[in-house]
Design a binder for this molecule. Structure first.
Ligand code: AMP
Ligand code: ZN
Length: 468
């Protein structure tokens, strides 16, 4: 398996630190609003990387944080007149719902910055002790000049950056020893969330979060660190400086970065206001379609969002689902016996498409080519299955299609959606069960509905329901 490493600027053979295991950290979103479809790109792409690693037999420890203390969260909290925690909690919940609809697996751990302050104080203290950080008026800065490898990830000319930044120095920052020094801890301003520390009552800088959470949940050295390409500098460059200065070891072996999702060929971003939230897209499309669209391009290629491409993705996905439905339909009446010799040969012939799929994914996760291999398989299945086939053959064919789709996180089978009438009937049955004090049955029905994505709410006016 070869992966493109931003630090070496080339594809390298993937060799894990520990045989059979992958330790992977993906920088997660800052939670002050619904996530937009640009934020969804790293989620979908790196979830696919994880799924492929798992398919290849690795045990993947996947950590992705939520940044829940930040200027933008505080601003939103002030606008709404609520606490910062209320804002972040709300949007973490909403983000998790979006992830589920996009078939993004929950991380092994989803740490929250605000729950890891102790670890941050510890690492900042260690950096000060080692001479890599200094405090001025309650603010702690990282001393970039002391860290020899500073700039190795972003390949930037640091002298140019220094002189550029010097002229940009804003008041209050002139206390820094070097324009490239960055904040590890800052004193609080009125009304901001704050924690006690040896330097001031305040809050951590953004970069230190990830160094700390990565070390706590994955150890001092990890295999893969990933995120969007805008994070290369300064965020990931600073993470390397903090972690390597503190731990004295190479931080991450492979650095993976996805290119941006654009709209009208311009970067999609919250600051430009030209974005769609994932939730908005979910009103028009099943989010499987969004997932398919994201994977139809290589993750390092810029991708332009358009209605045309979404429609094309919807049609393509439907071709896969139709092929799977067709196989299931044939299975319903197929002879219940073992594969014939010619069926065995046909089944073996489909291995070619699996091989193509694996070759594409082994080549730096080329999902575009992997999807092409899935379509070759679909075409083959459409022409090599029929009413004359045995159940075993059809089952194996379906299994093969589902396995490849599952690596991409695409459900080849239609979701069974409960109709309103069915839901009402079940709710009525649950009410009857409760009246009869058969609470086990009542709970069973609630669970059953939940599995189908229906959430029940017992209110004074009776039972209400909504789709998750
Ligand atoms: P943020 O909440 O801005 O920290 O972003 C969370 C993740 O989304 C980071 O990995 C960003 O690099 C990524 N991201 C933000 N906007 C885009 C975009 N338009 N296309 C691709 N990735 C993005
Ligand atoms: Zn990060």
């Amino acid at each position: 398996m070869r992966v493109y490493n931003t630090i070496s600027k080339r594809k390298e053979e993937f060799i894990p630190l520990e045989e059979g295991k992958v330790k992977m950290y993906v920088c997660g979103p800052t939670v002050y609003n619904f996530i937009h479809i640009g934020n969804a790109r790293p989620m979908i792409v790196f979830d696919t990387v994880r799924r492929y690693m798992e398919y290849r037999g690795y045990e993947v420890n996947y950590v992705s944080n939520f940044t829940d203390v930040d200027d933008k969260i505080i601003k939103k909290a002030i606008e709404e007149g609520v606490s910062a925690q209320e804002i972040s909690k709300r949007y973490i919940e909403e983000c998790k719902k979006d992830m589920e609809m996009m078939n993004v697996k929950p991380a092994t751990t989803h740490p929250l910055a605000t729950e890891e302050i102790g670890g941050m104080l510890e690492m900042i203290g260690q950096l000060i002790d080692k001479g890599y950080a200094y405090e001025v008026n309650g603010t702690v800065y990282f001393r970039t000049r002391k860290f020899e490898g500073y700039g190795k990830l972003s390949h930037k000319n640091l002298d140019d950056l220094r002189s550029g930044n010097r002229s940009l120095l804003v008041s209050g920052e002139d206390e820094k020893e070097d324009p490239l020094d960055f904040v590890l801890w800052k004193p609080k301003k009125e009304g901001e969330p704050a924690w006690a520390s040896p330097w001031s009552e305040g809050r951590p800088g953004w970069h230190i979060e990830c160094s700390v959470m990565s070390r706590k949940y994955l150890g001092e050295q990890i295999d893969i660190h990933a995120g969007g390409e805008d994070l290369v500098f300064p965020h990931h460059e600073n993470e390397i400086a903090q972690s390597e200065a503190c731990n004295g070891k190479e931080f991450a072996k492979y650095w993976l970065h996805n290119a941006f999702l654009n709209i009208d060929n311009r970067k999609m971003s919250k600051s430009l206001g030209n974005f769609f939230t994932v939730r908005e897209i979910s009103e028009k499309y099943d989010l499987q379609v969004l997932r398919f669209f994201m994977l139809s391009a290589h993750y390092r290629s810029p991708l332009n969002f358009s209605v045309e491409l979404m429609e094309a993705s919807k049609n393509s996905l439907e071709r896969i689902v139709t092929a799977a439905e067709n196989l299931k339909h044939l299975m319903g009446t197929a002879a219940d016996k073992g594969m014939t010799e010619s069926e065995f040969a046909h089944y073996e012939a489909t291995e070619e498409f699996v091989k193509k799929f694996e070759e594409a994914m082994d080549d730096d996760f080329n999902t575009a080519d992997a999807i092409a291999a899935v379509f070759e398989l679909v075409k083959y299945l459409n022409t090599h299955t029929g009413a004359e086939n045995t159940r075993e053959y059809l089952e194996k064919c379906l299994e093969r299609l589902k396995t490849l789709c599952d690596i991409l996180g695409l459900a080849a089978e239609k979701k069974e959606e409960l109709l309103e009438g069915d839901i009402e009937v079940l709710i009525e049955e649950r009410q009857q069960a409760r009246k009869a004090k058969n609470f086990a049955r009542a709970d069973e029905i609630r669970e059953l509905l939940l599995e189908k994505g229906i959430i029940l709410e017992d209110t004074r006016e009776g039972v209400k329901w909504k789709r998750a």
